[in-house]
Design a protein around this ligand. Structure first.
Ligand SMILES: *Cc1c(COP(=O)(O)O)cnc(C)c1O
Length: 404
């Protein structure tokens, strides 16, 4: 069976983890701090905070901005549930909008959804392909939207407009107009979950990129305290001779990344651009090569004049199939020992969100894309022979179902 996206665990990763285990320091410490610095350098971002998940990072930043009851947050209907769940946690209302054919949020739909209650827009770089950030920025900066923005907290007053909080869970290393994700929005949140492009088993990071007069480094320091119970000294600082006394300066959260996990991240980041991303692009190119002559194949957009994907997913679409036929194709592919997936089941189709009054009928393009989508395996150790097995399984399965 060809798996969908197993992590790349080789001797280098194992050695680095063992090094951390033997060092006597396994929680947040030197390796986490180093990983943060390397991520900032990689993205060209002013500061980066590592956390135990992307979900934690999204919620942390919504709360930092004071998002709560009565507020609205605009996000695509086509994303993983984490993007919406964090809005619910804050007591605010998720306002879903439809996506374009590249699977990303439609800026024009964002503009139409803005009200006086809108506090945040959360674009999602689906599959690693960056959203249209110039268009999104222009919309939140429009004089009409600026004057409609009702600032309640100090942070909201200082920003003076809707916050752009990018769900960049898929898009570490992707480019938009010559810049890497991490500097395209006010905050960008990356995921290092086990199936993501760069993994630390579980983990995430927030790239801080607020405009002046905000001080991103100062905010970074504040968030370090906030994500460790509001304790004014971290565990490492407390180990210094006689440095035992500490204070709690706020009722903080527990969201820190550990050095065991950061050590995996350091190895992964070191070889990310020149090795991991090269291989992932190569795999996606092989798929596109195999399907481009098929009239039923709608190939994913991975590159345009302005943007370049980091190839997190290969979301193939089958032209002219309905959801039932797509499911039948999936089953036939599985029967040929190839693991495939669907990214994602849109949020308005989930029981909980249906119970909150959302309906997929309101997001026709999201449903159209979802009903015809099949994600193919993309992972570092995938071989040319396995790619052939995948493409053969897909072609045979699609043609069987289409002709029946
Ligand atoms: C994986 C994912 C998340 C959540 O990441 P975690 O690190 O697991 O919290 C959020 N948004 C999207 C689009 C994702 O795919």
């Amino acid at each position: 069976m060809i798996p969908f996206s197993p992590p790349r665990i080789d001797q280098k990763i194992i050695d680095e983890v063992i090094d951390t285990l033997k060092s006597g320091w396994i929680t947040t410490g030197p390796k986490t701090k180093l990983f943060e610095k390397r991520l900032s350098a990689f993205n060209g971002a002013p500061a980066t905070l590592c956390l135990n998940s992307a979900t934690a990072g999204l919620e942390l930043m919504l709360r930092w901005f004071g998002v709560g009851e009565g507020d609205e947050v605009i996000l695509p209907a086509y994303t993983y549930s984490a993007t919406a769940n964090v809005v619910m946690h804050c007591g605010a209302k998720p306002v879903f909008v439809d996506v374009r054919d590249d699977f990303n949020i439609d800026p024009l739909k964002i503009r139409a959804a803005i009200t006086a209650r809108t506090k945040v827009v959360m674009p999602v770089d689906f599959g690693g392909y960056p959203c249209d950030y110039d268009a999104i920025k222009a919309i939140v900066e429009e004089p009409e939207n600026r004057s409609r923005f009702q600032a309640r907290t100090e942070e909201q007053k200082m920003l003076g407009r809707i916050l752009i909080l990018s769900d960049a869970a898929h898009s570490l290393g992707a480019m938009y107009r010559g810049k890497r994700t991490g500097t395209l929005a006010d905050f960008s949140v990356f995921s290092f979950h086990a199936v993501k492009n760069l993994t630390t088993a579980e983990g995430g990071a927030v790239s801080l990129n607020l405009p002046a007069p905000f001080d991103n480094m100062e905010l970074y320091k504040k968030l370090c305290v906030r994500t460790l119970h509001g304790q004014d000294k971290d565990a490492l600082a407390k180990t210094q001779k006689g440095n035992w006394r500490y204070d709690i300066v706020e009722a903080g959260y527990k969201m820190n990344m550990t050095d065991v996990l950061a050590s995996i991240g350091l190895v992964e980041l070191d070889r990310y651009a020149d090795d991991t991303l090269v291989k992932r692009k190569w795999i996606c190119d092989r798929y596109s090569e195999a399907f481009k002559g098929k009239s039923w194949a709608l190939l994913p957009v991975m590159e345009s004049e302005t943007a370049r994907s980091c190839h997190h997913l290969y979301p193939l679409r089958i032209q002219g199939v309905n959801e039932t036929q797509r499911d039948a194709i999936l089953q036939r592919i599985f029967n040929r020992d190839v693991s495939v997936n669907v990214h994602f089941i849109p949020i308005p189709m989930m029981s909980f969100y249906k119970s909150q009054g959302y309906a997929i009928a309101d997001f026709p393009n999201t449903y159209r894309l979802y009903a015809s989508e099949i994600s193919l395996p993309v992972f570092y150790d995938l071989t040319e022979e396995q790619i052939k097995q995948v493409t053969t399984a897909v072609i045979q399965s699609v043609e069987e179902v289409m002709s029946s």
